[in-house]
Design a binder for this molecule. Structure first.
Ligand code: PGA
Length: 261
């Protein structure tokens, strides 16, 4: 795992967008795993700006989102399909038929999980998975106690997730309390992982996920099992990391980071 700390959330989002764009430029037929949430909005704004400037081309990119609320149709403003169209897909040269999310309206939940897993496999697997982290440590909607071997399935959401996300719903009680999510095992199958964490409110959970211990109580800690992870943080989210000096030294000295400093 490598940890990169940027001065503020805007710089951290730009660094994340650059990592994604550089990976796509190196392999134009690319399967990109995507995340939603407030943290990712500036990442998608930057990717859209880079696409406008012809710095990255999405014409051969396929995307797979981590999760979707159960019971929300694509046109619902709180569905993650709506979020993705609004923040990214409508602003870049991607073919919408190559954009994938779990179907929140699927009648057979078990079949929907299997369909989504099969679609990723058929595409050749995820080349790079973008991750955020929830206040309860979740990646995707893998709430505490989700198995590290879990696959795409329906998951009940925690009160912590309700407190974090229900602010977007009017009234808040209309937030679905279940969602389809890639499993922790699905996420760990990605060839690379880039996690973005910003804001002082995430400092405690960021330190738990990055520096351990490995526990299904904080599913974000599962990234420690993956051999190719970069975590990008702003100063606020990095405040409780104990190995800061080392992370900064690696970023300042390792040749692979030369063009990013
Ligand atoms: P946020 O969500 O970016 O809105 O904080 C992250 C998450 O819950 O994974």
């Amino acid at each position: 795992m490598e940890v990169i700390i940027q001065p503020d959330a805007a710089a951290a989002a730009k660094m994340t967008a650059r990592l994604i764009a550089d990976a796509i430029n190196a392999k134009p037929q690319f399967n990109l795993g995507l995340a939603t949430g407030a943290t990712m909005e500036p990442v998608y704004a930057e990717l859209a700006a880079m696409n406008r400037r012809n710095e990255v081309d999405f014409s051969r990119v396929s995307t797979f989102n981590l999760d979707e609320y159960i019971g929300l149709p694509p046109e619902d403003k709180n569905s993650y399909r709506y979020y993705m169209n609004y923040h990214l897909f409508d602003k870049i040269n991607i073919d919408k038929k190559n954009t994938n999310l779990p179907d929140g309206m699927a009648a057979d939940e078990v079949a929907e999980g299997a369909r989504y897993e099969a679609a990723m496999k058929k595409a050749g697997g995820i080349d790079l998975q973008l991750l955020g982290i929830g206040s309860d440590g979740h990646i995707g909607f893998n709430e505490p106690l989700s198995s590290f071997a879990s696959r795409t399935r329906a998951k009940p959401l925690t009160p912590a997730t309700y407190r974090q996300n229900s602010v977007y719903f009017d009234p808040p009680e209309t937030m679905p309390m279940r969602a389809f999510t890639m499993g922790v095992g699905t996420i760990l199958d990605a060839k690379r992982i880039v996690m973005l964490i910003t804001g002082a409110k995430k400092a405690g959970i960021a330190a738990q996920a990055i520096e351990g211990p490995l526990t299904s109580m904080v599913t974000g800690s599962a990234i420690q099992l993956h051999p190719a992870v970069v975590v990008v943080l702003d100063e606020g989210a990095a405040a409780q990391l104990t190995m800061r000096e080392y992370y900064d030294w690696v970023f300042a000295h390792e040749p692979k980071w030369k063009n990013y400093r």
